[in-house]
Write a protein that binds this ligand. Sequence first.
Ligand code: SF4
Length: 425
Amino acid sequence: MSEIPSVQKDESMVLQKKMISEHFDRLGRVEELGKKVVYTFVPGNLNELILSFDMLPVHPEVNALQSGMRKLSGEYVQEAEKDGYSEDVCGYVKCDLGMMKKGNIGPTGQKLPAPDLLLLCYTGCFTFMKWFELLKQEYKCPVVMLHIPYQGDGVIAESMTRYVVKQLRETVIPAMEQVSGNRFNEDKLKMHLTSSARAEDDLVSVWESAKHRPSPIDGYFGGVFYIGPIFTAFRGLPECEAYYRVLRKEVEYRIEHGMGPITPEGELRDEKYRLVVEGPPSWTNFREFWKIFYDESAVMVASTYAKVGGLYECGFRHDAGRPLASLAEYCMGCYTNRNMAGRIDLLESYINEYQADGFIINSVKSCNSFSVGQLLILRELEKRTQRPGAFIESDLVDPRYFNAANIKNRLESYFQMIAAKRAAA
Ligand code: SF4
């Protein structure tokens, strides 16, 4: 998703940086290349379908988080607030609108092209709809909405899959044919789906490596980099497969040599605490936030945020044998499309399977999709697992809501509590 601010660069990091830079370079030359552009969101993205029409995706929330990491989001958010957007509006939206007003310059310094299509896969976040309504006014291009039924009962019924496939056939594909000028090519879609599944296998192996002691990865701070290619423009492409092959090898090497995760401060060598995290990170203070945990030798062994664009370790794979049905099931399986009981079950399984000492909830002001019900999650998880949780508050891209001293104090007491419990045991 962005270049990791580290002195130690693995081959996978170099590969990812190259992929991102080439993607933004293509976006900067769409006219010359004759490519059409689809703006779409990460959860439930239809990357393989977009690729099968030879179009290029742009993910507004990735641009927002990149702006956060590059310390530009504060200015963009305030720019949007000057236009009347209230403090309560999701920071990603305000950051995107502010960025648009300031020339729509992407993370590599090139201007982003305007969308030819706004593809809205509705996976549990109402803000997505409002966001694209605003972009539609600006860009005057068509919006296509794929309505994804919520997993209210915690299951994906066949009728739900049929409902999504029908929309893909009757609404989304015809719109893509019209915008791209290309006919739908199912064989091409299948080829991308087959490639996706191979990358997904490797990613699952990377996630599960954190069950080792010491964990060779950080499944939250490091995890957000691992999901970069597969959650964005690259899933379904050979370079995405190559990235995950290389990453998996690097992680296997670290397991073999008893190594801990690579962090911006160097390798974490003395794993002391293993934690599970719920909620997105604070992008504006990402490195500072990570360092608070690094200083305590705490490793995040699993996180829900790193699964926001696909929960592959639960068994889902894109399937070329059922191309549209598998795209539909992918969209419905997204974390934010799961009900509260499903989210709690998932977190409980992470805490147990990854042998965590406890869990952290980072409740971000911006995001209702994540933050709703997190106090209930906290209480229920403590009851079920008998392991302590810490509740901290910040924001995704609004630096006014990140208070390092408060968070550090809160976490220091939390780690002392875990240490005291251990000593007593
Ligand atoms: S509310 Fe949350 S899920 Fe929705 S757009 Fe904002 S950050 Fe994304």
